[in-house]
Design a binder for this molecule. Structure first.
Ligand SMILES: *Cc1c(COP(=O)(O)O)cnc(C)c1O
Length: 435
């Protein structure tokens, strides 16, 4: 498999380069030059296969020239070691629970797969790399737990003081070993600026092999295709058509679904649900794409004002908005609507949606009214509600914490407190690495 840049289709790099660079120098995003088609007979066999088996079929279709079947199978069996249950909300409406991994959010698929892919490539190099990530909450947890004890790799995670939930902070600070949590006295944007500056600093790069792990990395996208395929395999006998509804911020999760579709997965329509950060819904309305500073909402993992993966989606449709409109729609919802949806589903279905997943439910309500065919609506549940407790206290909904949380609460917390200063951050990295 070779990859090009969305900003330069003549570029051609191998998979390993794309994984360790994350971004091409031209600031486009890497995309596979060819999206190979999923084999029809293979897909027919999926109704008898498990999630890791289907994951292997999808990944091997893309990566067969890059990683041996034996190694890829081992990577997937180790990375995808949790379930993705399909909960029936009503006859034709399903919630795909993607929050049963260690960090209780769908980002575990990406974090766990990426870490093992990197370790695979580093195995014979005797090289140490350092991952730097800035997080507003969910990415950090998935990366921390995904890379925990992965050989050859250490991770420093920067998060804004007082701005992540209690459970998110535990996920960052209770790991130890090769994972370091740095609490910055500043905002998420400050954290991101410090990380970006580190990647540009010659002295740091001379001493440390710095790598990023952000959501635009191609190795985080690939494992997000697995559960779209798995869901199709489970519903194809009972429904003529599938509609996937993906709560979206940077649009990586939905981009992965669309890549799977381009590889031959039958999907009638994709719906990207957003919170009040409605850059893409506005683009579909007006035809003009305008990034804006993000606004804070209850679904804060989707508070994104410049959705970084959206150019991948446009690229797959040759930047033709009319062509894209036939497959993707995007709808936005306010905090008041999100709260209302959580309360309604709790009352009517005795089921608790996280604020992100609630935007997906609202989108289903809006589009399902025009349903005539035998169509299944699958809402991707992106996080466990316990990660976002504030809204539930207000709604008087009690959330049972999963066992992962109990285990973390028993552990010692370690964090480094730091001013919002690049000099401090740089000195810390150099000392830590003994230069
Ligand atoms: C990251 C995240 C999203 C948004 O996913 P994108 O791939 O950035 O669109 C939605 N919900 C939760 C809970 C998340 O952590």
């Amino acid at each position: 498999m070779k990859l090009y840049s969305t900003a330069n289709h003549n570029l051609s790099v191998d998979f390993k380069t794309a994984v360790f660079n994350s971004l091409p120098a031209d600031k486009g995003l890497y995309m596979p030059t060819i999206l190979p088609q999923l084999d029809a007979a293979m897909m027919q066999s999926w109704d008898k296969k498990t999630l890791p088996q289907i994951a292997f079929d999808v990944a091997y279709t893309l990566l067969n020239e890059v990683i041996s079947a034996h190694d890829l199978k081992a990577i997937i069996d180790d990375a995808i070691n949790f379930e993705a249950p399909l909960h029936t909300l009503s006859g034709d409406t399903f919630v795909l629970e993607l929050f049963h991994g260690p960090s209780l959010a769908f980002k575990d698929f990406g974090g766990r797969f990426m870490s093992r892919i990197m370790a695979h490539f580093l195995k014979n190099e005797h090289k140490e790399i350092k991952i730097l990530v800035a997080t507003s909450g969910d990415t950090g947890g998935a990366v921390a737990l995904g890379f925990l004890n992965v050989p050859g790799i250490s991770v420093s995670i920067l998060y804004p003081k007082g701005k992540v939930s209690a459970i998110q902070e535990l996920q960052l600070t209770t790991n130890g070993n090769n994972i370091e949590a740095i609490e910055i006295d500043g905002t998420f944007d400050d954290c991101q600026r410090l990380v970006k500056q580190a990647f540009l600093d010659d002295e740091l790069n001379a001493h440390i092999n710095l790598t990023s792990a952000n959501s635009i990395n191609i190795s985080r996208l690939i494992p997000q295709m697995f559960y779209y395929a798995y869901t199709w395999a489970r519903l194809k006998a009972d429904f003529e058509e599938l509609v996937f509804i993906t709560p979206s911020g940077n649009f990586g999760n939905i981009a992965a679904g669309i890549i799977a579709h381009k590889m031959g997965l039958p999907v009638k329509q994709f719906i990207a649900a957003t919170n009040s950060n409605d850059i893409v819904p506005q683009y579909f309305k007006t035809g003009i794409y305008t990034a804006r500073p993000s606004v804070a909402t209850l679904a804060n993992a989707m508070d994104v004002g410049a959705p970084s993966n959206f150019i991948r989606i446009l690229d797959m449709y040759n930047n033709d908005i009319e062509a894209l409109r036939t497959k993707l729609i995007s709808l936005s919802y306010t905090d008041a609507q999100i709260k209302n949806a959580i309360a309604t589903v709790y009352k009517n279905n005795n089921y608790i949606l996280c604020p992100h997943t609630a935007t997906g439910y609202l989108a289903v309500e809006e589009v399902q009214k025009s349903n005539t065919k035998n169509t299944a609506y699958i809402i991707l549940a992106t996080a466990h509600p316990c990660k976002f407790p504030d809204v539930f206290e207000e709604l008087h909904i009690k959330i049972e914490e999963p066992t992962q949380v109990e285990t973390m609460k028993q552990k010692q917390q370690h964090k480094v407190l730091m001013r919002n200063s690049f000099d401090d951050f740089k000195a810390h990295l150099l000392v830590k690495n003994k230069y």
